[in-house]
Ligand binder design. Sequence first.
Ligand code: SF4
Ligand code: SF4
Length: 165
Amino acid sequence: MSSFLKIALRNLFKSPTTDPYPFGETFVPEGLRGKAKYNAGACIACRMCEHVCAGGAIQIREVADKSGLEFILWHNTCTFCGLCEYYCPTKAIRLTEDYHTAHRQEDKYRYVEKGFIKYVNCAGCGTPMVPISPELLQRAYEHVNKEIEMLRHLCPKCRQKRALR
Ligand code: SF4
Ligand code: SF4
């Protein structure tokens, strides 16, 4: 009994050993796969993330006025598999360490990550096209010179014409 009292008294002055979550923040293990974050500025709309998404959580579609592409990711369908990040050529989509995913059932269609890629006009023929992100150039070329930078503003057809000159 006396040993019980000793332990009880000792524990009385110790801070709690259990995690305070959800009343306080908890620790985040290194490499935790949490909520996905999208960066439209780096995206080249290759749709690889949509293709590999294990949860069918990603959709990329042209907006009604044809001014660009809308990216949408439903967090509540995401399985946190990380395939989108792994296969994205420009790392425009990443999994963060944000584990706060609790939401009301009625909010499931609002609990989304959204982005918009606005078309730009080709500098050669004016055709609307998906802008080529600097992230793609950095990945494709060791050094981005003026010529490459100029090609970035041309649509595939105009780039082809220029290459055949
Ligand atoms: S982590 Fe997996 S399930 Fe979630 S959006 Fe990316 S590919 Fe889809
Ligand atoms: S987020 Fe990445 S994989 Fe998805 S469309 Fe954009 S560039 Fe392609």
